[in-house]
Design a protein around this ligand. Structure first.
Ligand code: CP
Length: 314
C-alpha cells in the first residue's frame, strides 16, 4: 500500500480490520517497527480525534509524529498553479510539500473542501497536491471528499458488534445541522460499507443526494422511518447538498433521531463520527443510551490509524 486515501478492495479492507483488531488487543506489539521513522501530520483544518489518535498510533509503532497546524501556525499556502503571489499567500504548495517530503517518511494530511468550488473539491485538488509534490506516501486525515481513517474505524466497530455470519442492515441517515457540512464522512462510509458487503440503505430529505460515485450499491430511501425498519447499525451524519453544492435546504428537527425512532429497530446500534451537535443532530437520550457506539468508534480511530501506518511502513 503506497498511499491511504480511499477504499481499495475488500481483501485489503479485511486485512486492515484484522490488523486494527490485533493492535487493539496488544497495542505495543510492534513497538520497534517504526523506530527511526517520522510521520508529519499536516492539518489545514481543526481536529481532536484524528490528531490525537494518529499521534498515539505512531507512538505505538515507535514512530515519531510531528503535528503542524498549518491553518494557525504555518505560512498561508498558495494552491493555484502559476499564481502571481502578490496577495495574502506566502508559500506555494509545490514548495511546501516538496520540503515536507524530505523531512518525513510518511505525510498525513487533512484538507477540507471549500464547499464553494465544486470542481476543485470533487477532484480533491488540494489533497492531491500533497501527493503530487511530496513524493512520499500520503495518508488521508480527511480530504475534501473522503475520510477513510474514520471509515476504517467504523468498519472495525461494526465488526466488533455484528452477529457473526449475518450480513448486517446498515442505515446511513442524514441529520439536521446549522452549518454547511462536507460530504467526506458520508461518502466514505457509503464507499466502505458497500465495499465490505453490508446491506446499506441511505436516507435523507430530497435534495441531499450524495455523489453517485460513492452510493452505488446502496438503497436510497427518502422516508427515514421506512429506512430504519430492521436496522442493525444506524450511522448518523449531516451533509450539505451536493447537487445544489454546499447549500442547506432544511434543518427539519424531525430528522434528529430520538428513542421513538427505534420502534422497528429495537436492537439497532447508533454511530456518529463526532464531533456531534447534541440535540440538533442526535438527542441526548440516544447518545447517552445503550445503543450508542460513538465512544467505541473514537477509540478505534487509534487502531485504524495504527494498522494503516504499519502497512505503509512495511
Ligand atoms: N471524527 C473526526 O475526524 O474527528 P476530528 O475532526 O475531531 O478529528
Amino acid at each position: 500500500m503506497k498511499h491511504f486515501t480511499q477504499f481499495e478492495n475488500k481483501s485489503l479492507a479485511d486485512r486492515l480490520i484484522e490488523k486494527a483488531l490485533a493492535y487493539k488487543n496488544n497495542p505495543r506489539i510492534d513497538i520497534s517497527k517504526g523506530l527511526g521513522k517520522r510521520v508529519g501530520c499536516i492539518f489545514l483544518n481543526p481536529s481532536l480525534r484524528t490528531r490525537a489518535s494518529t499521534q498515539i498510533a505512531a507512538m505505538n509503532l515507535g514512530m515519531e509524529a510531528i503535528v503542524m497546524n498549518m491553518d494557525k501556525e504555518g505560512w498561508a499556502l498558495e494552491m493555484k498553479e502559476g499564481a502571481i503571489m502578490n496577495k495574502g499567500t506566502v508559500e506555494h504548495i509545490k514548495d511546501a510539500a516538496a520540503v515536507l517530503g524530505t523531512y518525513f517518511d510518511v505525510l498525513a494530511v487533512r484538507a477540507f473542501p471549500s464547499l464553494v468550488d465544486k470542481k476543485e473539491d470533487t477532484e480533491d485538488y488540494i489533497f492531491n497536491q500533497f501527493i503530487k509534490y511530496s513524493g512520499i506516501p500520503v495518508v488521508s486525515l480527511e480530504s475534501a471528499i473522503r475520510h477513510p481513517l474514520q471509515s476504517l474505524a467504523d468498519m472495525v466497530t461494526i465488526q466488533e458488534h455484528m452477529l457473526s455470519g449475518v450480513k448486517p442492515k446498515v442505515v446511513l441517515t442524514w441529520a439536521p445541522h446549522i452549518k454547511a457540512i462536507p460530504h467526506a464522512v458520508a461518502n466514505s462510509f457509503a464507499e466502505w460499507a458497500v465495499g465490505c458487503d453490508y446491506d446499506l440503505t441511505i436516507t435523507h430529505p430530497e435534495g441531499y443526494e450524495l455523489d453517485e460515485k460513492f452510493t452505488k450499491g446502496a438503497t436510497i430511501e427518502y422516508d427515514q422511518n421506512k429506512a430504519l425498519v430492521g436496522a442493525d447499525f444506524v450511522y448518523v451524519k449531516n451533509w450539505s447538498a451536493f447537487n445544489d453544492y454546499g447549500k442547506i435546504h432544511t434543518t427539519d428537527p424531525d430528522w434528529m433521531l430520538r428513542e421513538s425512532h427505534f420502534k422497528n429497530a429495537s436492537g439497532a446500534k447508533v454511530m456518529h463520527c463526532l464531533p456531534v451537535r447534541r440535540n440538533v443532530e442526535l438527542s441526548d437520550e440516544v447518545l447517552d443510551g445503550q445503543r450508542s457506539l460513538v465512544q467505541k468508534q473514537a477509540e478505534n480511530r487509534i487502531y485504524a490509524a495504527q494498522a494503516v501506518l504499519s502497512m505503509i511502513i512495511e
